[in-house]
Design a binder for this molecule. Sequence first.
Ligand SMILES: [Zn+2]
Length: 312
Amino acid sequence: MRLGLVLSSLFERHEMPPGHPERSERTRAVANRLIESGLADKSIPIESQQVTREQMLRIHSERHLAMLESIHRAGGGQIDPDTHMGKHSWPIAMLAAGSAVAAAECVAEGQVDRAFLVVRPPGHHATPDRAMGFCLLNSVSIAARHLLATGRARRVLIVDFDVHHGNGTQQAFWEDPSVVYISTHQWPLFPGTGRREETGQGQGQGTIFNLPHPPNTVPSAIVEEMRATLERVQETLPPDFVFISAGFDGHRADPLADWRLDVGDFVAMTRDTLALANSTAGGRVVSLLEGGYDLDVLADCTEAHVRELMRD
Ligand SMILES: [Zn+2]
């Protein structure tokens, strides 16, 4: 299995205020682990690249981009209590989104079979019109829409197992039947969306699957519901390309939430997603790092996830 990998110290240049959980050490810890474990050497490097304005505008509004650009010109600043831009955050967010586009193209064109991106800032909370929850640009949504707009995919599935609901991703594809979105997340928790009744609207009705679970849910219930939902999507809405919003903050040791998942639970959800991708999408999967705030656990989970992505 040829796994493409986006790994660059540039993502550490998106600097957050001291004490912020979404810190530069996150991608450094993951990169170090992938290098030390030998997994980086077994993968095929994908060059990170800037997203284009056209690609961003397929998801985000002019107003949103103008707001981020103006904060960047001012040297950075606070967007909301959680979300901050440093001096380099704007070009680095564009690098994360552009790398997602590049990785998706590499997989779509068969240069690699699957890809994983060690990127930050994360993206799934960024709505078409708003930066929030540590997220500036919705990288996974930009990459998914790029494949559809350029005729490289006809129906895309985004599987989001980050412990927070990907409200930005849901909003981007709320009325879009060509993107199926499955999110499992703790509820109640930030950002407060992701109820079961939220299933899309208009032509997109029935293409959004929200699987909320309360704090301290037994992990097998989360994994099994994800498996059942993947099987249902495989039958009724088979995708020809799959993305994973890979957040590992549902781990029992993570400081930001109250789920009790373990490395093995993330491995199980990865395997089940790959099984669907192998059956309907020619195995084509691009996975992007979203959350995960305990550095050791983040490295453990990412290493295990990447090992699965590399398996035949
Ligand atoms: Zn999260």
